[in-house]
Design a protein around this ligand. Structure first.
Ligand SMILES: NC(=O)c1ccc[n+]([C@@H]2O[C@H](COP(=O)([O-])OP(=O)(O)OC[C@H]3O[C@@H](n4cnc5c(N)ncnc54)[C@H](O)[C@@H]3O)[C@@H](O)[C@H]2O)c1
Ligand SMILES: CC(C)CCC[C@@H](C)[C@H]1CC[C@H]2[C@@H]3[C@H](O)C=C4C[C@@H](O)CC[C@]4(C)[C@H]3CC[C@]12C
Length: 369
């Protein structure tokens, strides 16, 4: 616990605090950061659940705003000690234009950095992504890699390009002088595929399985492993980094950390079945039902249809050449850097993470009836 001198004095700002990860970070901060005086939640779309948080001992301030608007970011940040910058456009399906993805993810991040400098906010935690590293467009496997594993990071897709650029901006900003003359301390967290309560893609797979009579059809070989991490542990890592950044500025400033926990290494589909299976879905096929070349053809066809239909409607299915390549390339992380640098241990065991996620999917089922 904090002593009384440091109790309830800090102001935190969380951008993207109403998204999937953001909501978990907001709730985790309220539970685990006793020094909080005010928590500002900045998002393009504010969630109604914020209202229930406003009755607690911490002042919760909801700010509807856009990270691409520098003046809105600077106004929200004035007087904040720490900013956790989560807001981003997570789009690998072609819903948004490359320009919009760049504006939100890169220009938005630049605006956050400039606002730190302008307002004197000294600590910046950025939610990056494993996609900053890979999988690369050549489909090279990244097997049990860590932050220092050499890997040829070559991107073409707007989302990983934008996350890589934004991460670089954040790391390069470490040490810049903020208002008042103190140095900015920044670091970046790189989650692998996040899962847990609120995960939209899990929800989509669940509903697709229901539509297909309780079945999903295997598309990816079981041998392709995909790194996954529970949202509660990713949130906990953000809270810990934000808490420890001041004390360990020399060690942590300018660093990147993969987000990890004890979730098992499995293929993307087998991993999803850990939750969807107990909710009544079955994954059909011990091996992919369609040959890989046919999946590539279907993915290419989807991309072509998306392009042709764009003037009329938005066609953005889960399968496209990029998502197929990501799902079909091994990318797993094995590291203890966060433990060494700031004492991170997962807050939720694999069993807890699994149970919580299953309960959430089961609740989807009952709410759909
Ligand atoms: N979901 C994953 O598996 C995953 C993995 C690695 C990294 N990440 C990163 O984590 C972050 C959060 O991802 P998520 O899955 O919670 O996504 P999300 O879409 O659920 O949340 C993003 C939030 O940002 C907000 N936002 C978007 N544009 C904004 C803007 N212009 N101004 C202000 N707010 C804006 C959205 O309204 C939303 O609430 C992103 O930066 C993403 O790149 C996600
Ligand atoms: C072949 C298809 C049937 C399967 C399609 C699955 C596909 C939609 C999934 C597979 C892997 C997923 C990505 C991965 O978990 C990691 C990230 C990083 C994060 O920053 C953003 C989301 C993203 C790209 C996931 C998107 C959905 C993917 C591609």
């Amino acid at each position: 616990m904090a002593n009384s001198a440091q109790a309830q004095k800090l102001v935190y700002l969380v951008t993207g605090g109403c998204g999937f990860l953001g909501e978990h970070v907001v709730r985790m901060l309220l539970q685990q950061e006793p020094r909080l005086r005010e928590l500002r939640i900045f998002d393009l779309h504010l969630g109604p659940w914020l209202e229930e948080l406003k009755t607690g001992p911490v002042q919760v301030t909801a700010i509807q705003g856009d990270v691409t608007q520098a003046h809105e970011v600077a106004a929200a940040m004035d007087g904040a000690h720490v900013v956790i910058h989560i807001a981003g456009l997570v789009d690998v399906f072609g819903r948004a234009s490359p320009k919009t993805i760049h504006e939100v993810n890169v220009q938005g991040t630049q605006n956050v950095i400039e606002a730190c400098v302008q307002t004197g906010t000294q600590f910046l935690v950025y939610t990056s992504s494993m996609e900053v590293v890979g999988p690369n467009i050549k489909g090279h496997p990244f097997y049990r890699g860590n932050e220092d594993t050499p890997y040829e990071a070559v991107h073409k897709h707007p989302y990983p390009c934008s996350k890589a650029l934004a991460e670089r901006l954040v790391l390069e900003a470490n040490g810049r002088k903020v208002r008042g003359g103190l140095p900015l301390v920044t670091c970046a967290l790189r989650p692998t595929g996040i899962y847990g309560e609120g995960h939209q893609i899990m929800r989509d797979f669940y509903h697709q399985g229901l539509r297909l009579g309780g079945r999903l059809f295997r598309a990816i070989p079981t041998s392709v492993e995909h790194g996954r991490v529970y949202v509660g542990n990713v949130a906990w890592m953000h809270v810990l980094v934000a808490r420890e950044l001041e004390q360990w500025a020399a060690l942590m400033g300018g660093q990147v950390y993969f987000c990890y926990d004890k979730s098992p290494y499995k293929s993307y589909e087998d991993f999803n079945m850990e939750f969807l299976g107990p909710c009544g879905l079955r994954l059909v096929g011990a091996r992919p039902l369609l040959p890989y070349w046919l999946l590539v053809l279907l993915a290419t066809l989807n991309a072509l249809l998306q392009w042709l239909l764009r003037p009329l409607l938005l066609y953005a299915p889960l399968l496209n050449p990029y998502t197929l390549a990501v799902a079909n390339t091994t990318f797993t992380v094995s590291t203890n850097k966060a433990q060494r640098h700031f004492g991170y241990e997962p807050l939720f065991s694999w069993e807890d993470s699994r149970t919580r996620t299953i309960r959430w999917v089961q609740a989807l089922e009952s709410s759909a009836q």
